[in-house]
Design a protein around this ligand. Structure first.
Ligand SMILES: Cc1cc2nc3c(=O)[nH]c(=O)nc-3n(C[C@H](O)[C@H](O)[C@H](O)COP(=O)(O)OP(=O)(O)OC[C@H]3O[C@@H](n4cnc5c(N)ncnc54)[C@H](O)[C@@H]3O)c2cc1C
Length: 418
């Protein structure tokens, strides 16, 4: 049976950055599995722009060479801000070819515990063992569908993550539910693609990012003060941004304060550049759906103010709710012994779960390490923390035996030349 020191499941920004960093530990065998940038390519709409700024859109690279600037030079293409989705996908694939040319595109279908660490089953039937496993599987499985809209065929109701091209709705009447970036940008794309659309959101106002007040504040403060107030990671408002960029510090604050700061940093908001594009799209705020029904081949939705719409399609821009038990590749016994809070894994140093040797990166790490983990800019912290942890603790038998008790045999070795 093939063995590997560290298996990484996932080839999005987090899996790629983690693989690239772990390669720096000499002698450590790292196997990375997944379809590079697949979530961005297949589950986000063509024509979308990234909301994060230029510096926050760089996938972490320990050698600082796989930057957006380097990609521009090598590919001969000129990028601008906001970065278009298709260019970011190309950048991610370029990063993968450079950093992890031997990445394995097979899917991981099962991770279970094994006397040697973990047993990893692949989509073609091969089974291997791995001393550590890093899950970087993203948020695709956590798409949130409000109960009222559940159970309808996907031709009538769908989540925004089900689409890579909204142009197929040209000529149709659509309704978008939600008041965040995903809902608003989907509405803009539907409108520009020739569909009729309206947005209905529960919130009473839309928070537009980089508004007039924020722009003039930036202008008046000057470069230095701006740098002091806003971290390059681009998560959170003035001041709080610096704290969000430092998960080790954030973790030391009382839980209630962490939760408040987190909520403030990632509240639903739309990028300012959407305002003009949505001028002709009606946006109804403070409305909740009270009745949802299929009427023939259309959907009838009634809202709490009595407004009623019958449309060809309802698009849910209702976001994601983390629930690691939905990672169907985790064996039930692993899910059962995983320490969680509200669906989030409780992680310790090195983004390690309560199961020694099992790490989880990306958005599920946000409860333990803050909202930075929900964004590409979090790849810097996550991959460095993971690498430091493995370099320091290795795959040491003693440590693993100490923490999990008798079931773990003694033959685990420390990474070679480390
Ligand atoms: C509409 C939208 C817009 C966004 N815009 C931004 C933005 O502008 N800036 C920003 O920083 N963030 C943005 N985000 C957040 C973004 O999703 C995350 O920053 C980023 O994708 C996290 O990377 P990841 O590697 O954790 O997950 P993903 O990019 O989702 O990668 C997951 C990887 O895991 C693989 N995988 C899953 N299951 C398996 C399996 N069983 N076996 C093998 N491989 C598997 C997938 O193929 C994929 O390669 C946006 C999200 C959405 C939904």
């Amino acid at each position: 049976m093939t063995t590997c020191d560290v298996t990484i499941l996932g080839a999005g920004p987090y899996g790629l950055a983690a693989g690239n960093h772990l390669k720096q530990i000499k002698g450590l065998e790292v196997c990375v599995f997944g379809d590079p940038m697949s979530f961005w390519e297949h589950n986000m709409p063509a024509g979308m722009y990234l909301r994060s700024n230029w510096t926050a859109t760089q996938i972490a690279d320990p050698n600082h060479s796989l930057t957006l600037e380097a990609y521009q030079v090598e590919s001969g293409s000129h990028l601008f801000q906001p970065v278009p989705l298709d260019r970011f996908v190309q950048y991610g694939k370029w990063y993968q070819r450079k950093a992890l040319p031997d990445l394995d595109r097979r899917q991981v279908i099962r991770i279970a515990s094994d006397p040697k660490g973990f047993r990893v089953a692949l989509s073609d039937g091969e089974v291997m063992t791995s001393k550590r496993v890093v899950v970087a599987a993203g948020i695709g499985r956590f798409a949130w569908c409000p109960p009222d809209f559940a159970g309808f065929p996907s031709c009538l109701v769908s989540h925004s993550s089900e689409h890579s091209n909204l142009a197929k709705f040209a000529g149709k009447q659509t309704l978008v539910i939600g008041g965040g970036q995903s809902a608003l940008e989907s509405a803009a794309l539907l409108h520009e693609g020739g569909a009729t659309t309206e947005v209905f959101a529960r919130s009473r106002r839309i928070h537009w990012l980089q508004g007039w007040a924020s722009k003039s504040l930036h202008h008046r403060l000057g470069r230095l003060t701006n740098r002091l107030l806003y971290a390059p990671t681009d998560v959170g408002p003035a001041g709080i941004s610096q704290l969000m960029a430092r998960p080790n510090l954030l973790r030391r604050l009382p839980r209630s304060l962490q939760d408040r700061l987190r909520k403030r940093s990632v509240r639903p908001a739309g990028a300012r550049w959407l305002v003009d594009r949505l001028r002709e799209v009606p946006i109804h705020l403070g409305r909740s759906a009270v009745s949802v029904a299929a009427v023939g081949e259309r959907m009838k939705v009634r809202f709490d103010d009595g407004t009623e719409r019958t449309v060809d399609h309802v698009l849910l821009g209702t976001g994601y709710r983390i629930d690691v038990s939905k990672y169907d590749f985790l064996a039930p016994e692993l899910v059962r012994s995983l320490g969680t809070f509200n669906g989030y894994p409780i992680l310790r140093e090195g983004l390690e779960t309560s199961i020694p040797g099992l790490h989880i990166l990306g958005a599920p790490a946000a409860w333990s390490f803050g909202p930075l983990m929900q964004f590409v800019s979090g790849t810097h912290y996550a991959s460095q923390a993971l690498t430091r942890h493995i370099a320091r603790n290795g795959l040491s038998a003693r440590r693993v035996r100490d923490s999990v008790g008798a079931w773990y045999p003694q033959e685990v070795s420390v990474p070679r030349n480390n």
